[in-house]
Design a binder for this molecule. Structure first.
Ligand code: GDD
Ligand code: MG
Length: 334
């Protein structure tokens, strides 16, 4: 599955930090914000991300030299001029030829919504588009959404005037879209998805929305950018980052979430490690995926291990797919 990530904003409110670094490339607890976001997309089965870049592409082009982030291929769509949100999505989608259900994310938010659940909600509704919704205290700076009991959007108001709506539920900036939505976005045209495309879909009754109370923060202001960092180290955010031991060698394109990496461990290019412990001295090959596993030994490239326990002498062959296995098998070992 493809995802388009919008990274075209100017980051005005985070100046002077964004004079040197675009907002999505600023680190949150030592990991680029964009990497946090792509790691979440990766856990939902996204294989390819297109960065929709409105201006100043260079820092993005240099950020992922291998063209891989969190085990996901990264593509670049640089608009001839900033095309606004819908224009940017359409430009990026046509750039890589998206022709099936895809995900879109605003690049300036950080959230732990379960994207696989959002895709499932979208499919079960037979919607043309599905928004993720989150509650906020003051919705005036956001896209405010009114939904019916079945989860269909009845009204979408971008940056409402006081009194225009009583809803406190907002567009959280993650969407699942069918490629037919691109028919509403003429090529090369500057167009806002929030002000034009979503209201048109509401009128057609094809826009659904799934609320969730998962961690969500808009990192665009100094105080929220600071908060996003502190939330990760003080445990407010449940999907905490990882603990990494001394002298561990971790390839910059590897994605490590909610895991512990021991001293001297080696983690290869493009690995995706989630809810796991890599013990001191373990060697994890390129593009390995580890989930809920404990590893002391060596894992060959392209292997996928789910709920496995790997001892210090074990060498898992490249390309293996193991689930709920202990290697070596303690039942057969004296
Ligand atoms: N490529 C590209 N080109 N990206 C763009 C452009 C453009 O011309 N204009 C905006 N973007 C990107 C921004 O970088 C950001 O990631 C995303 O599109 C949304 O634009 P913002 O300018 O940040 O909008 P906002 O924060 O006022 O409101 C949006 O986000 C809210 C949630 O944080 C809307 O989607 C609201 O409806 C939503 O509630
Ligand atoms: Mg924003």
């Amino acid at each position: 599955m493809h995802a388009v990530v919008l990274v075209g904003g100017f980051g005005t409110r985070l100046r002077p930090l964004t004079f040197s670094t675009p907002k999505p490339l600023l680190p949150i607890a030592n990991v680029k914000q964009l990497e946090h976001l792509i790691a979440n997309l990766s856990t939902a089965g996204v294989t390819d991300v297109v960065l929709a870049i409105g201006f100043k592409p260079e820092p993005f082009l240099h950020a992922f030299p291998d063209g891989v982030c969190a085990g996901v291929r990264v593509h670049y769509a640089v608009e001839p001029e900033p095309l606004d949100t819908a224009g940017a999505i359409a430009f990026a989608a046509r750039h890589v030829g998206i022709s099936s259900t895809f995900v879109v994310m605003n690049g300036d938010i950080l959230c732990d919504v379960n994207i696989a659940e959002l895709v499932e909600f979208h499919r079960s509704h037979g919607a043309e588009g599905t928004l993720h919704l989150t509650p906020v205290d003051d919705p005036s700076q956001y896209g405010v959404v009114e939904v019916d009991e079945q989860g269909w959007v009845k009204r979408f108001v971008e940056k409402p005037q006081p009194g225009e709506t009583t809803s406190r539920v907002i567009n959280a900036g993650t969407y699942v879209l069918e490629p037919t939505v691109l028919d509403l976005m003429p090529e090369g045209q500057r167009l806002s998805i929030e002000r034009v495309v979503f209201p048109a879909m509401v009128a057609n009754g094809t826009l659904a929305a799934m609320p969730s109370n998962d961690y969500w923060i808009d990192t665009g202001r100094p105080e929220t950018y600071l908060q996003a960092n502190l939330d990760l180290i003080d445990g407010t955010r449940q999907r905490i980052l990882s603990s990494v031991g001394t002298n561990a060698v971790i390839h910059p394109s590897a994605s490590i979430t909610h895991s512990v990496i021991g001293d001297d461990a080696v983690i290869g290019e493009g690995c995706v490690i989630t809810d796991s412990v890599v013990l001191p001295g373990a060697v994890i090959g390129d593009r390995v995926r580890l989930e809920r596993s404990l590893v002391m030994g060596t894992v060959g490239a392209d292997a996928t291990l789910t709920s496995c326990v790997i001892g210090s002498d074990a060498h898992i062959d490249a390309g293996s797919q193991l689930s709920s296995k202990k290697v070596p098998d303690p039942e057969k070992t004296e």
